[in-house]
Design a protein around this ligand. Structure first.
Ligand SMILES: [Zn+2]
Length: 132
């Protein structure tokens, strides 16, 4: 991070957007950046990454699973300005039809305290889908 935080990974993303607070090391999968750039271009709106790479300590602090793809730098939680979770997740599905992880975390009646909804995306070899 001290060396590369402002390095441009793709037209719309920098290394620091994927960093874990307090860690100088960032693990980051190239394909994940490509997927997020596709999403950015498809909607033509800013994509805000709320969680990218997580150290084991940070992952435990936020209650993440021990096998979380965030620990490997293969996952991002994000939202797209002005777009709902279902729409963003449906487009992500077209990018990862047969593999990868897609999680939906809508702000809805069951989750009124969320500031925004968000989508989790990861580049795992298998296919996993969930809604929480
Ligand atoms: Zn996630």
């Amino acid at each position: 991070m001290s060396r590369d935080s402002t390095r441009q990974l793709s037209p719309n993303f920098k290394v620091r957007e994927f960093a874990c607070k307090g860690s100088d090391v960032v693990l980051l999968d190239d394909e994940l950046v490509v997927l997020l750039q596709c999403i950015r271009e498809h909607f033509g709106k800013p994509v805000y990454i709320t969680s990218g790479y997580r150290t084991a300590a940070h992952n435990a602090a936020v209650g993440g699973s021990k096998s979380s793809q965030h620990l490997l730098g293969r996952a991002a939680d994000f939202y797209v300005e002005g777009m709902d979770v279902a729409t963003v997740a449906a487009y992500a599905e077209t990018l990862l039809p047969a593999r990868g992880g897609i999680g939906r975390y809508p702000k809805d009646a069951a989750h009124p305290k969320r500031r925004t909804g968000w989508v989790h995306i990861d580049t795992r070899a298998g296919k996993s889908r969930w809604k929480m």
